[in-house]
Design a protein around this ligand. Structure first.
Ligand SMILES: [Zn+2]
Ligand SMILES: [Zn+2]
Length: 203
């Protein structure tokens, strides 16, 4: 299953240049079968996501978020598979967020750890997400290689994501899962057990 793990729409992320409808159309056209919408420091309401899902039966649309830890900082954690708004109030406590996500069965991914120095602060503090971003539209070339090395050193899986902020970023980096995702929480199991592969478009 072709999956996008990290995507921003113009509805809730000011940095995104494409609407939810435009993005879902582009993902379907590019052969994606599942997507997690991960806006900056906010969540879609369940009914709203359901409405979008109704418009696009060809792709599974799952909830997620990209949290800045703390708010306004350049350390970003993607949390996948939940509508729980309590995460949004916990941005001062990365350890508590990681523990809650583990308990809830939600996947945590440290976003672009080598994009900025501050981006991987939690690793220096001994905190461990479930996975680390490898190649994305915001982290390719040498910074992606650094991320791969960091993941290997810590024994953590690394994942390709689009970190999509516009239509031009759809279909560059993604993962393929060995089995279809039945439920949003399946993603954690698959990444942790390694039943997926990282993919990138040949440039
Ligand atoms: Zn980010
Ligand atoms: Zn992002």
């Amino acid at each position: 299953m072709k999956v996008e793990l990290h995507l921003h729409t113009s509805r809730y992320s000011v940095c995104s240049t494409a609407t939810p409808t435009e993005l879902m159309e582009a993902l379907v056209a590019a052969g994606y079968q599942a997507v997690f919408i991960t806006e900056h420091d906010t969540l879609w309401d369940p009914w709203e996501l359901e409405q979008l899902q109704g418009q696009f039966p060809a792709i599974r649309i799952f909830p997620g978020m990209e949290l800045s830890l703390p708010r306004g900082s350049f350390q970003h954690l993607v949390v996948l598979g939940t509508h729980d708004r309590r995460y949004l109030e916990m941005s001062d406590d990365p350890a508590a967020i990681l523990a809650k996500a583990r308990q809830d069965g939600c996947l945590t991914i440290l976003a672009h750890p080598h994009r900025w120095e501050e981006a991987s602060k939690m690793l220096g503090e001994g905190l461990r997400p479930d996975a680390i971003e490898y190649r994305t539209s915001n982290q390719d070339g040498p910074t992606a290689e650094l991320a791969l090395r960091t993941a290997a050193q810590l024994g953590l899986p690394c994942v390709n994501t689009g970190d999509v902020h516009g239509l031009d970023l759809v279909g560059r980096f993604w993962i393929e899962t060995a089995r279809p995702l039945q439920d949003a929480k399946d993603i954690r199991t698959m990444i942790v057990e390694g039943t997926y592969c990282n993919c990138a478009r040949q440039e």
